[in-house]
Design a binder for this molecule. Sequence first.
Ligand SMILES: [Zn+2]
Length: 640
Amino acid sequence: MLPLELPARPDDRDAWASFLVSRCDDNLDAVRRTADAIAAEPGDAARVLERWNELTVALLNATTAAGLLGQAHPDAAIRDRADAAEQAVAATTNEVRQDRRLYDALSAVDADGLDDDATRMLEMALRDFRRAGVDRDDTTRERLRDLAERDKTLSQTFERNVSDDVREVRLRPEQLDGLPDDYVEAHPVGDDGLVTITTDYPDVFPFRTFATDRDARHALYEQFDNRGWPVNDPILRELTEIRRERARLLGYDGWPDYDAEVRMIGSEAAIRDFVERLDRAAGPASDRDLATLVERQCEDLPDLASMSWADVNYYAQVVCRERLGLDAQEVRRYFAFDKVRAGLLDVTSRLFGLEYTERPDVPTWHEDVTTYDVSAEGALLGRIYLDLHPRDGKFKHAAHFPLVKGVRDVQLPQSALLCNLPRGLMTHGDVVTLFHEFGHLIHAVVGGRQHWARFSGVATERDFIEAPSQMLEEWAWDADVLASFATDDAGTPIPAELVATMRAAQEFGRGFDVRVQIFYAAISVGIHADVPDDLTSYIDDLAKHYMPFERLDGTHKHTSFGHLADEGYGSSYYTYLWSLVIAKDLFSAFDHDDLLAPDVARRYRDTVLAAGGSRDAADLVESFLGRPTNTDAFDRWLTG
Ligand SMILES: [Zn+2]
């Protein structure tokens, strides 16, 4: 098996357009042909399931190619075509899931002779059919199809509006006081004597952490938290209505119940319980650290008794510098992008027994992308693409996008990371992000050898998929691991004492960080359950209850909050905290004094990652830990 090759040159529009046709249109044709074949010859169980698997492969191939290129390709015309292809894929997916002929053929399969994997695959396929309304009347099915397609269109538009809405503030040069020299050099003074700072992450994150000028921090934040405003507000509103109607047509109270049914958590009520439980658990630590922030702020602004969201990162940095002696700028010196990328590959290679071979000869969609073949024990497992810096029109956050889902003996997994990291020195937060996202890549590659495409790679319950990535973040906090690649210009590795201070600083603010995540989780489940007319005021009310900080007047976080528009997250932002609880538990099985010891890591790779979605996540975790997962490790972490 050879990896799928991409067109030779990024700027060859015709070649990319035909690539999209072959990956999307042609695969959708194959889907329809295979559906007809299943319908024409139902009966033989093995043949029906194998054909169903072929159909699934074709559908996934169309989905992934369109999804990646719509976010990554540098040519807007190709991105538009990919978006259109994604629409067509969504339409075909709905057609398939509502195809009564297929449902009947699969329902008629006698599960008796099937092995565990095939039985599970069949059960999940039938569940997917029912969740798409296959057993409803024609009118209902048609309405469900229209709603699902409209959902897709709106969420694409939402994401595109965020990507296109790069805002900026124009500042006087002295308003960059506090920022690192390389940042200041990268933002020269214009002819009018002002400096432009955009809302792209490499501009915003250091600015909110280091800029001493409060007005400037607020001005930038106001722009940042208004991306997508006002245009995305009615879009999100309509999305919540559509999802409620979809859920109700299928007999659920609302979207969160419908969505949670196929996750570990199970129901809206369980999400709300989880949110409340964590909010209470995080409360004391959050209050304590918030008081410290406000106290420090009082030295600068004696009359201010609350802490603005736009000032949190700055004062957290100041407190950690003054009280713990942590100099975040000093930390950055050790994190040159090239060394971090090389170190990440080295660490994960040793840990998981993988080999990466750089393939500069292999074509990609942009010259920034670095490509590696991944192998283990001499066998090629798949190919990965690292597309790590911002550019116009590209996805604005950090995420993993599969290009090809791996299927045993059929196709190798190929996956990309799209991030927005700086080209020079990175913050430690950037390093953690990169380790996190890379965790998804490894999951996709190592789990890409399932027979049933439905189980390939990152295919577990959606509220588990962050756990492997959140666990890999731990390696970016370990002194020995960091010292293996993080060196300054003179080649001196990052000192263990500095990492110890960074860890102490990370403990500071943990409670309020969790509460901010709880606030986001409450927005996500809340707007989908309650479908409020006025999102801004609804979210303001939630903020009063959950948000430990004052938000800036006139900002609208929800209009750039891509997870809300993405059906895969929608009402399930709690996922990040839910997986974090599991990640802490998984991590407790490793030897914290020797994180590069390969035995536990290999066992984890083979038990949890390689299984993809072939078993329930709770079972995978239990086989690795030798006991059911629990919250002890998380509770210890939270309370320090
Ligand atoms: Zn993630």
